[in-house]
Design a protein. Structure first.
Length: 157
């Protein structure tokens, strides 16, 4: 974990519209990974599944669980796209104003919501205005068939 612990925050389930503007799509542990924030987040969200909001310094953040746990997941807004790494099984839309003082590195992708919208979460995927975050529809690899095949071909031995 890294980042900071904001001084003023509140976790809640009240559905919010996120205003148009720039957001960082990132695993929240990269930005707000210090205690007491991180400990409070884990206590508020013990199941690690679903969605919630966090108000930080008067700005709404949207936090949700990925369907695939940790990994790297595709994100795009119609103008930029890329894969975002996840180490805590969570992703978030954090208003750019809250993170502009931090260097992004490989911790996320800056996207722009074209208009105010309520995030729609289904099976790990999120659509919010023009932003799409895909974590649930990534196809699983097929299992190997370990059964021996019948070797009855027409070979002459």
């Amino acid at each position: 974990m890294s980042g900071v612990s904001p001084k003023k925050y509140r976790f809640h389930q009240e559905v919010q519209y996120l205003p148009a503007g720039s957001y960082l799509v990132t695993d929240p542990c990269y930005i707000f990974g210090e205690d007491p924030f991180w400990g409070d987040l884990c206590q508020y969200f013990p199941s690690g599944r679903g969605t919630f909001y966090c108000e930080v310094d008067g700005r709404q953040c949207f936090i949700f669980s990925t369907q695939g746990g940790d990994g790297s997941f595709p994100v795009g807004d119609g103008h930029v796209s890329g894969n975002v790494p996840v180490d805590a099984g969570l992703l978030s839309l954090i208003p750019w104003e809250l993170v502009e003082a931090y260097e992004l590195g490989d911790t996320g992708l800056r996207v722009t919501l074209d208009h105010a919208a309520q995030p729609d979460y289904e099976d790990g995927d999120v659509v919010c205005a023009n932003v799409e975050i895909i974590t649930g529809t990534v196809e699983e690899p097929e299992e190997w068939d370990m059964e021996p095949e019948d070797d009855d071909d027409d070979r002459d031995d």
